[in-house]
Ligand binder design. Structure first.
Ligand code: S3P
Length: 177
């Protein structure tokens, strides 16, 4: 398959677990007619194990190493214009630096904790770093100030459809250009 060159700025979708990053990224890809990928899905394809399996089997440190490496590759390859990343990717300084070096636009999907938690518990995905409400709430509060460093923020509430959120993100992209 011929490689599709990126002619416009890459968009990184960040935010806590359960904010809908993957769904919104794919929706945005449809709306902007460009390739959208989810970093955890790329990791799973490469490693033949899910993010949570890697964390459980090899530890969080090993997962972070794989994640940073694949983020670098994905940014450099520049096939995908939109990249949704796992909840902690943005909290790692080296990842933020990679994103800044590529002059990619970071978009924070900001949902309140109750909505994230509701989706975490009802989701089929296991989240080893958010096994209890207390663990998840602590992470949520610790990470908020770092998510605030994103270039732009889009607020997400329960009644918003993925299409509506994607529209808001694309308006933000236009506003930032
Ligand atoms: C993580 C979030 C997960 C996944 C991994 C670690 C986190 O992705 O990357 O389990 O520490 O927030 P989602 O944010 O897509 O759930």
């Amino acid at each position: 398959m011929p490689q599709q060159a990126v002619t416009t700025q890459q968009i990184i979708i960040i935010g806590f677990m359960g904010t809908g990053k993957t769904t919104v990224a794919h929706e945005l890809g449809r709306e902007l007619n460009c390739l959208a990928v989810d970093l955890d899905e790329l990791i799973e394809r490469r490693e033949h194990r899910s993010a949570s399996e890697i964390i459980e089997q090899d530890g969080e440190g090993e997962f972070r190493r794989i994640e940073s490496h694949l983020l670098y590759e994905t940014l450099e390859a520049a096939r995908a214009r939109i990249i949704a990343v796992g909840g902690s990717a943005w909290t790692i300084a080296v990842n933020r630096q990679l994103i800044a070096e590529r002059r990619a636009l970071s978009v924070w999907l900001d949902a309140d904790f109750e909505l994230c938690w509701k989706r975490i518990v009802s989701g089929i995905e296991t989240r080893p770093l958010a096994r209890s409400r207390e663990m998840a709430a602590r992470l949520y509060n610790e990470r908020r100030p770092v998510y605030e460093l994103a270039d732009t923020r889009v607020t997400v509430s329960e009644e918003d459809s993925a299409a509506e959120i994607a529209r808001r993100v694309s308006n933000e992209i236009l506003r930032q250009q």
